[in-house]
Design a protein around this ligand. Structure first.
Ligand code: PAF
Length: 284
């Protein structure tokens, strides 16, 4: 199948306007490419629920607080094309940095407060400002009926929901469950940067989340006690450096005094030089 790849905003708008005039619904999956079956699950859902499916592939320089991280971000056009074709994507929007930011660094910022100030926000200064700016631009360009985001980036999903609500944007934001490999590792484009040994150690993230769930089921309702049990699992693995472990309210992302279901358990850790995040909902 020949993919319909569009590189300019003008062309994207004129094609999507034609679909909208016909009354078609538009499902949108924004990505930074190097697609995997986690993205596949978003595309599948978009395909099921929309007349037209748009996939964007754009590695957004503004959301990388670490320049090296941007430089080594993996890409594979052939892989992306295969996954896009597999899930019946209608339009691949693949702009250049100059197309997205024609005047260089934009002078407008889109800053969501509160939910951005914890967890990732503390460890990746400026990251969410880059995410909200690009997602805002993409939503303006595509004007989708629904946009699909993975729960793997749980905080990002919360931030995007807040932005869309605060700015009365029309698109519905749909969160989709994490997809895991058989051994439990949450799918992520960054997994490709892991050696076999690092990958084995990276399993400590999903294992630690499981321990947290078990601790709660065994009666631990003190957030600090639960967090330290989870942290212990991560720290027992060599060269896994923990950024944070948090047991928080599912919406505010702030820790409660006493844990009660549902709550969200989130971890972020660096395995040698590869930073990974994972999370799960504890529902009892
Ligand atoms: O989750 C991602 O891949 C990115 O943060 C997103 C939403 C495509 C914005 O660049």
């Amino acid at each position: 199948m020949l993919l319909n790849r569009i590189r300019t905003v003008t062309e994207l708008r004129s094609e999507l306007d034609a679909h909208r005039t016909n009354g078609s619904t538009i499902g949108f999956v924004p990505t930074m490419g190097f697609l995997h079956e986690g993205h596949g699950s978003l595309l599948r859902r978009a395909r099921e629920e929309s007349d037209v499916v748009v996939l964007s592939i754009f590695v957004n320089p503004l959301q990388f607080n670490d320049e090296t991280d941007y430089e080594v971000y993996p890409n594979d056009d052939a892989l992306d094309d295969r996954i896009a074709a597999k899930y019946g994507v209608d339009i691949v929007f693949n702009p250049s940095v100059a197309e997205m930011y024609p005047d260089g660094t934009p002078k407008t910022s889109v800053r969501v407060s509160d939910v951005t100030e914890v967890l990732e926000g503390k460890y990746r200064p400026g990251h969410f400002d880059g995410v909200t700016l690009v997602v805002n631009k993409l939503l303006h360009m595509v004007e989708p009926t629904r946009a699909y985001f993975g729960e793997k980036d749980y905080q990002q999903l919360a931030v995007v929901r807040q932005m869309v609500a605060d700015l009365s944007m029309r698109s519905e934001i749909v969160g989709c469950p994490i997809v895991r490999d058989e051994d439990g590792l949450a799918l992520s484009s960054r997994n490709s940067l892991l050696s076999a040994d690092q990958r084995r150690r990276a399993l400590s993230l999903s294992n630690a989340l499981q321990v947290g769930q078990h601790q709660f089921l065994a009666g631990v309702t003190d957030p600090e006690m639960l967090v330290s049990a989870v942290r212990e699992v991560l720290e027992s693995e060599s060269d896994v450096k923990v950024d944070y472990v948090a047991a928080v309210d599912c919406d505010t992302l702030r820790p409660p005094n006493v844990l009660s279901v549902p709550f969200q358990l989130l971890v972020a850790a660096t395995v040698d030089n590869v930073r990974l995040i994972d999370n799960c909902r504890v529902e009892g």
